[in-house]
Design a protein around this ligand. Structure first.
Ligand code: PT1
Length: 281
């Protein structure tokens, strides 16, 4: 279980790896496909790879709380030219952050090596598209949709048990539809249908998700769980985020989805060195 075959790339997950975030959303992009915008995105990915990112996560739909949906064509126009160049020019391992079946299919066709779906393949046709791609898939926990997920999220009982039960059930359903467990990465979905207390508790109890036996991905970079806990605006959340990343690694997380690659490479590398020394015979 140390390696994950991601298309032509073999991803070594015997130690924690950094996934660099590459947003190609309306705020950063007008209507996609413009050479200058694509060039800027490729340049940013190149810097993240040089800093040690193992994967570049390309997303054309914002899934922040309150974000509005985009059309399938818009999403395709935004992500495909970028993925194509990252694969062709940089030989990068690209993950596509999408819930849209057509985007999964086309991304795989142009060389993406992983599918990252915050909706856990629950959109119609997504499970079949992901299964037939042959690629690993990150299944994330969320209730509702980004437009309404933060409307007073509630759980009966401990949040980590609800999240673990959801992910286990979803993994079983996906397996029945032809997506082998060996291809699944699990993500508890920090900031998705969770209060600050839920998010903090979930990180504290992350071992409950790790027990499901699949590689864990976490995304906490610059999120409001940091902002609300420390009283920091979005551009002052790095130090808080590094603390969270280190705690996630200590609890077994193997893919850390972040904006600030260099800082996380060092924090995680240091944490991992301590953990490794402690496990020596
Ligand atoms: C994530 C994730 C993601 N997060 C995966 N993919 C986002 N696998 C996009 C806030 O509270 O955690 N895992 N793709 C970004 N979504 C959010 C959610 C951004 C909440 C910000 C917040 O600030």
């Amino acid at each position: 279980m140390t390696y994950l075959q991601c298309g032509r790339h073999r991803l070594d997950l015997s130690f924690p790896r950094v996934m660099g975030i590459l947003n190609v959303t309306p705020d950063s992009f007008s209507d996609g496909g413009h050479h200058r915008d694509v060039g800027e995105a490729v340049g940013h990915a190149e810097r993240m790879l040089a800093q040690g990112a193992a994967v570049i996560d390309v997303g054309g739909e914002s899934t922040r709380p309150g974000a509005e949906p985009v059309s399938e064509q818009q999403e395709l126009d935004r992500v495909l030219p970028v993925i194509e160049r990252l694969v062709q020019e940089l030989g990068a391992l690209v993950s596509v952050d999408t819930s849209t079946p057509q985007v999964m299919q086309e991304a795989a066709r142009v060389g993406a090596g992983m599918i990252n779906d915050v909706r856990g393949l629950r959109r119609e046709g997504a499970l079949n598209a992901a299964a037939s791609s042959g690629l690993p898939v990150c299944l994330m926990h969320m209730l509702g949709d980004p437009s309404n997920m933060q409307d007073a999220p509630r759980y009966d009982g401990p949040v980590e048990q609800a999240v673990a039960a959801f992910l286990e059930q979803r993994m079983t359903e996906c397996e029945a539809a032809g997506l082998a467990r060996e291809r699944v990465i699990l993500d508890p979905g920090f900031g998705f249908a969770k209060s600050v207390a839920h998010n903090l508790r979930l990180l504290n109890q992350l071992a409950e998700i790790e027990r499901l036996g699949r590689p864990l991905l976490v995304g906490m970079s610059r999120k409001s769980m940091i902002g609300q806990t420390l009283g920091r605006p979005v551009d002052e959340r790095l130090y808080g985020g590094l603390a969270l990343a280190v705690m996630a690694v200590e609890r077994g997380a193997k893919l850390i989805r972040v904006h600030d690659v260099q800082a996380h490479i060092d924090a995680i590398g240091m944490a991992w060195a301590v953990l490794e020394e402690g496990s020596r015979k």
